[in-house]
Write a new protein. Structure first.
Length: 154
């Protein structure tokens, strides 16, 4: 996905590439969530109903925070996050809003880097100090939100 996002910046420019990628990311999130929710959710809940009941309780309490942390940290592929949320009771609207808003910084970095593709000598040129500072800042922010949320509950 990162290569497609960089290519969008190269082909469409910074602003148009960002619009195209954000819109396609929105469609990707919604389509995979809805597909799993309406095709596989009943089957999966049949096998794992007790475990999913506990997970759904956690999703109701902290689901959007976990979603935000997963999106910002970029540890888990987006498709897996969408599928996992599809088998839970997470509402589609908040899921979509949090998914897109939390992905804007990394998508912006990649699209704007795609505009400079002619100057790039290696993949590491994409991660200049400013880009890395943004990514680390987002990760610290996401972890901070999770810690604050737990302290308020506990």
């Amino acid at each position: 996905t990162a290569l497609y996002t960089i290519a969008a910046g190269f082909l469409f420019g910074s602003v148009n590439g960002l619009i195209v990628v954000l819109f396609s990311f929105l469609l990707h999130c919604m389509a995979s969530l809805l597909l799993v929710r309406y095709v596989l959710k009943e089957l999966i809940q049949g096998y794992f109903s007790e475990r999913l009941a506990k997970i759904n309780e956690g999703i109701k309490k902290r689901g959007l925070y976990y979603l935000f942390v997963l999106r910002v940290s970029m540890i888990t592929p987006s498709f897996f996050i969408n599928c996992a949320c599809g088998i839970t009771d997470m509402k589609i609207g908040p899921f979509t809003v949090v998914s897109v808003l939390s992905s804007i910084p990394i998508i912006t970095i990649l699209v704007f880097s795609g505009k400079m593709i002619g100057e790039i000598q290696s993949i590491w040129d994409l991660y200049n100090p400013v880009n890395l500072a943004v990514l680390v800042g987002l990760l610290v922010f996401a972890i901070g939100l999770t810690v604050l949320k737990r302290r308020r509950e506990g």
